[in-house]
Design a protein around this ligand. Structure first.
Ligand code: SF4
Length: 249
């Protein structure tokens, strides 16, 4: 198997190894009754048509997947979509077990996620040591380029300062100074997993666009009545962001 203790691959690289590709193909063929690729493409195109839009909006008695979960679940889901990125949840391990189980059951695939495993003593004295040790383990195991930190209710209740904890962890050598940390995603009490997903995407975009990554200057917006030069400038920034994300994330 490509995964072993000396060379731990993250999900992005691991699931592209030949063994996993073959396993996914067998799973689709033998257990999922998957439709042919051309049929899937045909339906995908149909969902962009006016006919589909009208049918969609005409629904009255059907609610699709109304279940809602807390912000960190969405944060984990968004983070695993970036290459060489590991979601790190600061808080209790039970919450993280729930996110992993939920995503694994839905996608029928393993989900990588790290917990700082706070327990009673951390709930009383603060979770700084958990984060220092947790980030060190994360880096040694996965060698990520980007770590997306979110919190569970436990860390929020005691008011752990994530930005300060990340800074201290870097100073203590848990991770290299150049490891990318987009803005942490706290507040599991409000919103839902959708809010958490959006916050991680916003945090990543802000990290690279606002110059925090050190790859571009901070984006300065000046009102100019949407002139052509503004549009060109924005397009240039988009291209720069795409390049820096590809190389840094
Ligand atoms: S305790 Fe809070 S963070 Fe943990 S699963 Fe429940 S709502 Fe989410």
């Amino acid at each position: 198997m490509p995964q072993n203790a000396d060379n731990v691959l993250d999900h992005f690289n691991l699931f592209r190894q030949p063994e996993y590709k073959e396993m996914f193909e067998n799973k689709q063929k033998n257990f999922e009754a998957k439709h042919p690729a051309d049929k899937i493409e045909e339906i995908r195109e149909w969902t962009k048509t006016k006919e589909y839009q009208e049918k969609n909006f005409a629904r009255e008695a059907l609610t699709v997947n109304p279940a809602k979960a807390c912000q960190p679940l969405g944060a984990v889901f968004a983070a695993v979509g970036f290459e060489s990125t590991i979601p790190f949840v600061h808080g209790s391990q039970g919450c993280v077990a729930y996110y992993r189980a939920h995503l694994s059951r839905h996608f029928k695939e393993p989900t990588s996620c790290v917990s700082s495993s706070m327990t009673e003593d951390a709930a009383v004295f603060g979770g700084l040591n958990n984060m220092i040790d947790g980030l060190a383990n994360t880096y040694n195991m996965y060698k990520p380029k980007m770590i997306a930190v979110s919190t569970t209710c436990m860390a929020e209740v005691i008011g752990d300062d994530l930005n300060a904890f990340i800074k201290t962890s870097k100073e203590k050598g848990s991770v290299p100074q150049n490891t990318t940390f987009p803005s942490p995603t706290p507040r599991p009490f409000v919103g839902s997993h959708i809010t958490g997903y959006d916050n991680v995407i916003k945090g990543v975009l802000e990290h690279f666009w606002d110059g925090k990554a050190g790859t571009v200057d901070k984006l300065e917006r000046t009102p100019n009545n949407r002139s052509t030069s503004s549009a060109v400038s924005m397009a240039t920034r988009s291209a720069t962001f795409a390049r820096s994300s590809a190389s840094s994330a």
